[in-house]
Design a protein around this ligand. Structure first.
Ligand code: SF4
Length: 463
C-alpha cells in the first residue's frame, strides 16, 4: 500500500464538490494521505468547472502556480479532472505542468491512474470519446458503486450529505456546456439512492440534498414501474434519522411539477424550498437560450408553488447580457424578478462557452460594461426584495441546522472562543448567524431573529 500524499483543489458547483469528496474517499481507501498543503503533496488534483469562462481562467491561473511548484519538485504529479478535463482533453496535456487529464465519467479510475502516473512517470488521458453516447450498463454500475461506496457523512458539512440522483443533462440550454462535458441524463436506481440515504442516516446525517442538473426531471423506469422525483421524496422521507430533505436544481417544466409540489406539501421532512432558475424574463431571450417556457408560464409555476406549498421559499438564477439582450429585454427581466419575489437570486454575466449553440450561432453583442451595469442593477432589485423578506422574520423563532463556524465576520461579532459566531440554515434555506458553542455543528437549534440583512438573519439562541 502506498503512503503517497495527495492534495485536491475543487472549483465549481455542488456536483464537483461531491465528486471531489468521492475521489478523496477512494484515494484514502487506496492508501493515499490527504493534505491541505499543496507543497507537501506528491500528487495534486484540480477538479475543474467549465460553466463560466471565469471558472476556467481560475483553473489556468492555478496551473500557473503549480508550474512554479513543479520546478522545485519535478516529480509531483498534476491531474486535471472534471468538466474542463472532458472539454479540453489532450489540449491540457500539452501543458508541461499537467500529467493526468481525467473526465467526470472516469473518476472511479482515479486512484489507479494517479498510482500509475506516480510510479511510471508518464502522461495519462482518460476522457470519454463520445460524451453524448448513453453509458452502457457496466459504466453506470461502476459509477453507481463508486457513488454508494464512497459517499461518506464525514466528508460533508456536519449532519448533511449530498446524494446524486442523476448524472448529465439533456436540456441543451444554448449557453451551457454541461451536456457536452457530463453527457446524457441518466437517473440512478431508486433502491441504490435510498440505500445510500439509509447508510448516511446511520452515520449521523440529518439532512440530505438530492442532486441533479435538472433534478425535477429524475425518471427511472424498471419493467412496468417508473419512478419520478416525488417518489424518491416519499421513499427518502421514510428513512429514520433523516429530518430534512432538499433537492437542487430545478428546470422550469410542468413535467412532474405538481407531483413534486404535492410531495413537498405532504411530507414534513421535505423542506419548502425551491431553486428554480428563470435565466431571463424576456420570451425572446428565453427562446434564444433554448429554454422551453415563457416568462408568463414561469410566473404561473411560481404562483402554483406558493398555492400548493404555503410559505415556500423560492430562489432563482439569471444571466444578463445574453446575445441580443436589449434594454427592453433587460427591463422585462427586472419586472419578472420584482414579481417573483425570490428569497435570493444568483446573477451572472453572460460569457460564451466554446462548443455551445450560443457560441456557435450567436454574437456576443452586449458590451462588458453593459453586462456589469445590468448585473449590478438586477442585484440591487433582488437585494431590496431579499431585505424586505428577511425583515418579516424579525422576532420569530426558527429551526436551524447548524453548519459550523461562520467564515465571515458579521454583526454580533464573536463573543470569544467558547461562544463564537456560528452559521446555519433554515428549512427554507435562509442563512442564520448566531453565537454558540462549536459543538452545535450538525445539530438542530432554535434561534430567535433579532436583526436582518438582505441575505442573512441574525439571531440569539432560543429554547
Ligand atoms: S438544464 Fe440547461 S443550464 Fe442546467 S445543466 Fe442542463 S443545459 Fe445546463
Amino acid at each position: 500500500m502506498t503512503s503517497k500524499i495527495v492534495h485536491i483543489k475543487t472549483f465549481g458547483c455542488q456536483m464537483n464538490k461531491l465528486d471531489s469528496a468521492l475521489v478523496t474517499a477512494s484515494l484514502e481507501k487506496a492508501g493515499f494521505r490527504l493534505t491541505d498543503t499543496v507543497k507537501e503533496a506528491d500528487a495534486v488534483l484540480i477538479n475543474t468547472c467549465s460553466v463560466r469562462e471565469h471558472a476556467e481562467q481560475r483553473v489556468l491561473s492555478h496551473l500557473g502556480h503549480l508550474k512554479h511548484i513543479k520546478k522545485q519538485k519535478p516529480n509531483v504529479v498534476v491531474a486535471v479532472i472534471g468538466c474542463m478535463a472532458q472539454r479540453l482533453g489532450p489540449e491540457l496535456l500539452d501543458d508541461n505542468t499537467v500529467d493526468i487529464v481525467c473526465g467526470p465519467a472516469q473518476i472511479p479510475q482515479i486512484p489507479q491512474i494517479v498510482t500509475s502516473a506516480l510510479n511510471e512517470k508518464h502522461k495519462l488521458l482518460s476522457i470519454k470519446d463520445s460524451i453524448r453516447q448513453k453509458p452502457d450498463d457496466q459504466e453506470n454500475l461502476a459509477l453507481d458503486e463508486f457513488e454508494s461506496t464512497f459517499d461518506r457523512a464525514e466528508q460533508n458539512l456536519p449532519g448533511q450529505a449530498f446524494v446524486r440522483v442523476m448524472r448529465g443533462c439533456d436540456s441543451f440550454c444554448a449557453y451551457c456546456v454541461v451536456p457536452y462535458v457530463r453527457g446524457p441524463e441518466v437517473s440512478r436506481p431508486p433502491a441504490a439512492i435510498i440505500d445510500q440515504v439509509k447508510r448516511l442516516a446511520d452515520e449521523g446525517v440529518k439532512q440530505v440534498t438530492l442532486l441533479g442538473q435538472a433534478v425535477n426531471k429524475y425518471k427511472y423506469a424498471a419493467g412496468q414501474k417508473s419512478s419520478c422525483l416525488a417518489d424518491l421524496l416519499y421513499l427518502a422521507s421514510e428513512v429514520d434519522g433523516i429530518d430534512w430533505i432538499k433537492f437542487v436544481t430545478n428546470y422550469p417544466s410542468e413535467q412532474f411539477y405538481d407531483e413534486i409540489l404535492k410531495a413537498m406539501a405532504d411530507l414534513p421532512k421535505v423542506c419548502p424550498y425551491l431553486h428554480i432558475p428563470a435565466q431571463s424574463g424576456s420570451d425572446k431571450i428565453l427562446r434564444a437560450m433554448n429554454r422551453h417556457y415563457t416568462a408568463a408560464q414561469y410566473l404561473e409555476m411560481l404562483d402554483k408553488a406558493r398555492s400548493i406549498v404555503p410559505g415556500i421559499a423560492l430562489s432563482g438564477d439569471f444571466i444578463v447580457g445574453y446575445p441580443g439582450e436589449t434594454e427592453e429585454d433587460f427591463h422585462v427581466t427586472v419586472d419578472l424578478v420584482k414579481k417573483a419575489r425570490y428569497k435570493n437570486a444568483f446573477i451572472f454575466k453572460y460569457s460564451p462557452r466554446p462548443g455551445t449553440k450560443a457560441d456557435k450561432n450567436l454574437t456576443d453583442t452586449v458590451p462588458h460594461q453593459i453586462k456589469r451595469k445590468r448585473n449590478t442593477e438586477l442585484l440591487a432589485v433582488q437585494e431590496k426584495i431579499s431585505a424586505e423578506l428577511a425583515q418579516t422574520f424579525l422576532g420569530q423563532t426558527v429551526k436551524v441546522l447548524v453548519e459550523g463556524l461562520s467564515k465571515k465576520p458579521h454583526l454580533n461579532s464573536a463573543e470569544g472562543r467558547d461562544n463564537p459566531q456560528l452559521v446555519g440554515r433554515t428549512a427554507t434555506d435562509w442563512i442564520v448567524v448566531f453565537n454558540g458553542p462549536p459543538s452545535l455543528a450538525g445539530r438542530f437549534v432554535n434561534a430567535k431573529i433579532t436583526k436582518t440583512a438582505p441575505l442573512t438573519l441574525f439571531a440569539d439562541p432560543a429554547p
